[in-house]
Design a protein around this ligand. Structure first.
Ligand SMILES: Cc1cc2nc3c(=O)[nH]c(=O)nc-3n(C[C@H](O)[C@H](O)[C@H](O)COP(=O)(O)OP(=O)(O)OC[C@H]3O[C@@H](n4cnc5c(N)ncnc54)[C@H](O)[C@@H]3O)c2cc1C
Length: 454
């Protein structure tokens, strides 16, 4: 980094919208936040830097919804369930039926390669669970539909650049566009950028860390039946070939390819790379180049060696590189690894993941008013975020943030003062589980009581 700095004067820009709520970032959390605020009666503007909605679920081609089941209990509902229903009507999602949600060789052979299993369980085979393999373009279409139907004022191609803060209170945001900087004024701002672009620039406390960076891709022309037959009949040989391919990729989960709703098209959640900074353009440029070389080499190797992949070709490489973690809010409450691992229940829980709970305080910055943070950059330690940042819980947080914002606007109160019980009640009314009622395996003692991990 250079030590050279320049200073520019305050921007003078057109106000293109004035709404009760402005949501910055149109990924899973942002779409859920915008739609839930609008459905609850607020006028909402949604800003997104890219030409399509969906964030990592579409542009980043992250194609399995998981982390929404606690054994047989479905814990993340609400807007995420609507997405599954709408995708199902388009035949662009695969969900294992209830009777197959268990651990057996038979159910594994039927569903394992869709990635719809509980990877937190150590058994072999892992249990099939409530999860969904979906199509990225279908996700964009459903996002468009729900946003339009809710009457959200959507502004794509709008890259948030600076917050408008008045004496510690958010008043709106400025976005860079082809027409120059444009302002949107609002009573409540919801930051769903994934990297707390808004909150960090508004002065909210945060930490910065990184985890795996992955440029995922899809292959077409794959005979998945032949590939699965091969690995079921000769697992030892399949393991050796897959090991070689994963070495070429330089990092991948055990199952480096997964089936998608489109026959013959597989999703490759790889190559995983470490040491990149998801907020630094130079670092991201390097990551894009490094990943494409690994992908080209791996595709060449699997065409040559892996049964079923002889005619495989690259359908697409994600237009958006997969950044899992950058800046994380350190808000009114910071969720810890112990909270997630022990399934600690919070009285102000407003959203759920598989078996853990997210308190409203983890969406509230300490230093800035009228600002909510929802999604993968919520207030957690870096280790805790790694275990609690999947798409469904991010959508649940977004839905809760949208409801909280609309309640604050309606009552003329500060978002910080909205009673969590009212958010919980509104979440339930909207068909979402806020985690107000702890499941049987939750840890319900007060947060200052420690658990024995031995
Ligand atoms: C490779 C990879 C694999 C994963 N695998 C899974 C999986 O199998 N299942 C699962 O459920 N989860 C998985 N995850 C996690 C999951 O994808 C993310 O945690 C989730 O998408 C976060 O949602 P979000 O809305 O918080 O953020 P994002 O999806 O990152 O969305 C943020 C949105 O904000 C926009 N934005 C950002 N900055 C600005 C700005 N300055 N101005 C305007 N707009 C902006 C972005 O363009 C984007 O649309 C994976 C993640 C990665 C990277």
């Amino acid at each position: 980094m250079s030590d050279l700095r320049v200073s520019v004067s305050t921007v003078d820009c057109e106000v293109v919208a004035r709404s009760d709520v402005v949501v910055v970032g149109g990924g899973p959390a942002g779409v859920a936040a915008a739609v839930s605020a609008a459905r609850a009666g607020a006028s909402v503007t949604l800003l997104e830097r890219y030409p399509a909605l969906g964030g990592l679920a579409s542009g980043g081609m992250v194609l399995v919804l998981d982390d929404m089941a606690n054994g047989q209990e479905v814990t993340v509902t609400g807007i995420v369930s609507e997405f599954v229903e709408r995708l199902s009507a388009m035949e662009l999602v695969v969900v294992p039926p209830e009777e197959d949600r268990r651990a057996s060789t038979e159910t594994w052979n039927r569903w394992g390669r869709y990635g719809v299993f509980d990877f937190h369980v150590a058994t072999n085979p892992k249990p099939i669970c409530y999860a969904a393999a979906f199509d990225p373009d279908g996700w964009k279409r459903v996002s468009n539909d729900v946003v339009r139907e809710a009457g959200v004022n959507l502004r794509l191609h709008s890259w948030f650049s600076r917050p408008i803060v008045d004496d510690g209170v958010m008043r709106g945001v400025i976005a860079e566009t082809k027409s120059g900087p444009q302002a949107v004024l609002a009573d409540v701002v919801i930051d769903t950028t994934g990297d707390i672009d808004v909150a960090s620039r508004a002065g909210a406390s945060h930490v910065k860390d990184s985890y795996l960076t992955t440029l995922v891709f899809r292959l077409g022309g794959v005979d998945t039946d032949a590939a699965e037959r091969f690995e079921q009949h000769d697992p030892k040989a399949a393991r050796a070939l897959n090991r070689a391919i994963k070495r070429t990729l330089g990092g991948a989960w055990e199952l480096w390819w997964l089936k998608t709703p489109i026959p013959g098209v597989v999703w490759c959640n790889a190559p995983h790379m470490t040491g990149f900074d998801g907020t630094d353009p130079a670092s991201l440029t390097e990551a894009e180049f490094a990943a494409r070389t690994k992908i080209a080499n791996a595709v060449e190797l699997c065409r040559r060696t892996l049964p079923g992949f002889e005619r495989a070709f690259v359908v697409d490489v994600a237009e958006q590189i997969g950044v899992r973690q950058t800046r994380l809010l350190q808000g009114e409450y910071v969720v810890t690894v112990d909270d997630v691992r022990d399934r600690r229940h919070f009285p102000d829980s407003v959203a759920r993941g598989r078996d853990y709970y997210t308190p409203y305080r983890a969406m509230l910055p300490r230093e800035v008013d009228q600002l909510l943070v929802a999604g993968r950059h919520y207030s957690a330690t870096p280790q805790a975020q790694k275990m609690s940042r999947e798409i469904p819980p991010c959508m649940a947080m977004g839905q809760a943030a949208g409801i909280a914002a609309a309640l604050a606007v309606d009552r003329g109160t500060a978002v910080r003062d909205v009673p969590p019980a009212d958010i919980q009640a509104a979440m339930r009314k909207a068909g979402a589980d806020p985690g107000d009622v702890p499941s049987d395996n939750a840890f319900t003692a007060p947060a200052d009581v420690e658990v024995d991990h031995s």
